[in-house]
Design a protein around this ligand. Structure first.
Ligand SMILES: [Zn+2]
Length: 333
């Protein structure tokens, strides 16, 4: 659900004047603090996140970690300006060896994790659950277009650390990310059960003014070996921005009684903050009987023969646990 009715005539990226008084879950709210040349997005996830994590019934630490990956993917994937997919994957040697979150523009989200239950222990941090390996972010614009993949090493840090490293090395955009996931107890109307909630914020320094467009430390180039690189101090506007996002607490990101607009106002009111049209997010798998059928047809007859059990081929989607059952002759070439 988004904060405006569908017939609102606001153009994308046009400022919205009336702030939401109540929190809007499963939505991403872009914002801008133009006095500081900051742009960002704030997301709050409720039912969509709960749906994904509850269906898989993961142990709580695995659910929380996958939730963090879902929040990060939501913040990054909703920046796609074209039809396509943003896929975040981790492959690591920790108890949670594989995470994948698949965002299909403009609003579809699905995810799953692989883990070794025997290696889960109380009190493990996200970094300890992941261990060492890498995180890959893939942008896929469809069959005829090139794929882009960015890689970043995971060395015991969490997904926020990995995102900062990625933006520093690959994009060279000063970026800060905050991710928070928690289980809410006794959610209203849902009886005595846990519900997953999450929130996240992305903040980037994108200077438009010449005096703020100084680059980071450049290599000294032809200067004699040993010459100290010319160090450029961080811009005061970015120092202010990253200091402010550093004060955001997990509880503020998750709080079901604090709207996104109020949270942004709380942070940036001194500098002035504008919000733009929010985008809704849905937990919805993109698998279908047809796509599974096409996949099976692309296999060799020999491979298909090996998949037959009790006279049928059954395929279960790892994202949503839907099972598709075929007669072998249905998927023969
Ligand atoms: Zn599926």
């Amino acid at each position: 659900m988004v904060s405006q009715s569908p017939d609102t005539k606001t153009a994308p990226e046009a400022p919205i004047r009336a702030p939401s008084a109540v929190p809007v879950d499963d939505a991403v709210l872009p914002f801008e603090v133009s006095a500081l040349d900051l742009r960002g997005r704030l997301t709050r996830l409720g039912p969509a996140l709960d749906d994904i994590l509850t269906k898989h019934d993961y142990p709580a630490p695995v659910g929380k970690l996958l939730g963090e990956a879902i929040v990060l993917t939501t913040l990054l994937g909703t920046s796609l300006k074209f039809e396509g997919r943003f896929i975040l994957q981790t492959r690591t040697d920790g108890p949670v060896s594989f995470l994948v979150v698949d965002f299909k523009s403009p609003d579809r989200l699905r995810a799953y994790a692989r883990f070794d239950a025997k290696r889960l222990k109380d009190g493990q941090t996200s970094g300890e659950l992941l261990g060492k390996g890498h995180l890959a972010m893939t942008i896929d614009q469809g069959a005829d277009m090139s794929r882009y993949q960015g890689l970043v090493a995971l060395n015991g840090g969490d997904l926020e650390d990995a995102a900062h490293e990625y933006f520093l090395r690959s994009e060279q955009i000063p970026t800060r990310v905050r991710l928070a996931v928690a289980e809410e107890l006794n959610a209203p109307g849902a009886g005595p059960r846990h519900r997953w909630r999450a929130g996240g914020m992305l903040l980037q320094f994108l200077p438009k003014r010449a005096e703020r467009m100084r680059g980071p430390d450049l290599d000294p180039g032809d200067a004699p070996v040993g010459t100290a690189p010319h160090v450029v101090a961080e811009d005061d506007a970015w120092v202010a921005g990253r200091t402010l996002i550093g004060t955001v607490e997990d509880i503020e990101l998750i709080d079901p009684d604090l709207s996104s607009e109020r949270l942004l106002y709380r942070l940036f009111h001194e500098h002035g903050v504008r919000v733009f049209r929010a985008t809704g997010i849905e937990a919805k798998c993109s698998c279908s009987r047809e796509s599974v059928e096409n996949m099976l047809r692309s296999f060799s007859q020999d491979d298909r023969d090996h998949m037959v059990e009790n006279g049928v081929i059954s395929v279960t989607c790892e994202f949503c646990s839907s099972t598709y059952v075929f007669e072998p002759k249905e998927v023969a070439e």
